[in-house]
Design a protein around this ligand. Structure first.
Ligand code: MG
Length: 438
């Protein structure tokens, strides 16, 4: 088929859950039956963010990725709302690669590396010690991983008397309503968290909870980190996430205790929009600070980096896709920040992250959440194979995914969502006057 004749004909989705998170897989069909583009909406999100854009894409030539991205980008937003635009942009790059028979990294300008370092997010269920966490992390090192991350937060203190200072009753509310959200690493945030008091508690920003760590609480967490380092040693990088929704001053105070433990970064210590608190941390701490997984569009990273973020952590399924990820890479170079890629999604989002990481000049690592879910690796053909904590950059056309494992998609389909790849015809008539000025 001539390039000018290629057209988008349909867009469909499949919601799956349990590997480990709620993931929304996306197919963009063309008038060439051999060319289907794969994309993905951000985890724990809504397929509506992609389906609402279908009528703006059908009939258009998918090879014009920048033109189509600029048409739909006004319908994306931060965090999960970026998932529709981002997933579609990735599927369009996949189509272009398949049509011209080149890998996506080549379309992005070529590759800086043949394999990408993977860093492994690790958690231990329930009440546990730093030694337990150290042992879980040591297992990752034995599996070949060369960069580690763990959660370290105030939920470890909930059952330790005298470790937290907060408006009386607040910690009980956090335990009652927000525990499921805090302990979601091995699962997905579900709808029940988004209603009533759950929603109120879940969405209080760090600076507004009124929660502080006591001296005893800080000692407890420092001892936890010491136990971890006693098991894994001091040589492997160790990042920390989910410190908890506490004031930035508490994070700064605690970070002084962390200086001797070689922490790669502390992540999302304040809402990323709060550049005042980012600057305060950066000005007063020697532990690197990281954020970015909820930021839509490269242009929104600039003020955050300038405030003093050391490691920028975008998600390819929120930032706007591969083109925006490349631009974030350029911003990191301009301001001297390091870049790691947040990734908690299916092999489609993973492969998009791998192609981006191959095509960006400086990259620390791509995140990974699915080591303990063997079926995750089989969701696509060819299956995903990590080698000693690295992922080889594939040379096959597009993202390098030949087909999806439809049997597994059926097996893991999300109960309260429609059938995988069901018709989206009800979205064919969706439209508005999309001009953003008069
Ligand atoms: Mg995170």
């Amino acid at each position: 088929m001539n390039a000018n004749e290629l057209k988008i004909t349909d867009l469909r989705v499949a919601d799956i859950d349990g590997l480990p998170k709620h993931m929304i897989l996306l197919k963009i069909y063309t008038n060439d039956p051999d060319i289907v583009g794969y994309g993905e909406v951000r985890d724990a999100s809504s397929a509506t963010y992609a389906k609402m854009l279908k009528s703006r894409l059908v009939g258009e030539n998918p090879l014009n990725v920048e033109k189509l991205f600029n048409r739909i980008k006004q319908f994306g937003g931060h965090s999960r709302q970026g998932g529709g635009v981002s997933g579609i942009e990735i599927a369009l790059w996949d189509i272009i690669g398949k049509f011209y028979r080149v890998p996506v990294y080549q379309l992005l300008g070529g590759k800086y590396r043949d394999k990408v370092r993977i860093y492994c997010d690790t958690d231990v269920e329930g009440k546990h010690t730093g030694t337990d966490m150290g042992n879980a992390l040591k297992k990752r090192v034995k599996q070949g991983f060369t960069f580690l991350k763990m959660d370290l937060g105030i939920e470890l203190l909930y059952d330790e008397p005298g470790t937290l200072n907060a408006p009386l009753g607040m910690i009980e509310d956090m335990k009652k309503y927000s525990m499921k959200a805090i302990c979601h690493q091995s699962g997905s945030i579900d709808k029940s968290l988004m209603f009533g008091k759950n929603y109120d508690i879940f969405t209080i920003p760090h600076y507004a909870t009124g929660i502080h760590l006591t001296e005893k609480g800080q000692e407890y967490l420092e001892d936890y980190v010491k136990q971890v380092r006693d098991v894994i040693g001091n040589e492997v990088p160790l990042a920390i996430d989910h410190f908890g929704h506490v004031a930035i001053e508490d994070a700064i105070k605690f970070s002084k205790r962390l200086e001797k433990y070689n922490i790669a970064w502390m992540e999302d210590l304040t809402p990323w929009q709060n550049t005042k608190d980012i600057k305060k941390f950066a000005d007063n701490s020697f532990v690197p600070i990281c954020t970015g997984e909820d930021i839509y569009l490269a242009e929104n990273f600039e003020d955050v980096i300038k405030a003093g973020i050391n490691t920028i952590h975008p998600d390819v399924l929120t930032v706007g896709g591969l083109g925006e990820m490349k631009k974030v890479g350029e911003l990191c170079e301009k301001y001297g920040a390091s870049l790691a890629i947040h990734m908690a999604e299916s092999p489609i989002g993973f492969m998009a992250a791998i192609h981006a990481a191959a095509a960006i000049r400086n990259i620390l690592a791509v995140e990974f959440h699915s080591v303990d879910h063997p079926e995750w690796f089989n969701l696509v053909n060819p299956t995903i194979k990590l080698e000693n904590g690295f992922m080889k950059v594939p040379d096959a056309p597009g993202l390098g995914i030949e087909s999806l494992n439809e049997e597994l998609i059926e097996k893991f389909k999300k109960a309260d969502c429609g059938k995988p790849w069901a018709s989206t015809d009800e979205w064919n008539g969706e439209w508005s006057n999309d001009r953003e000025w008069s």
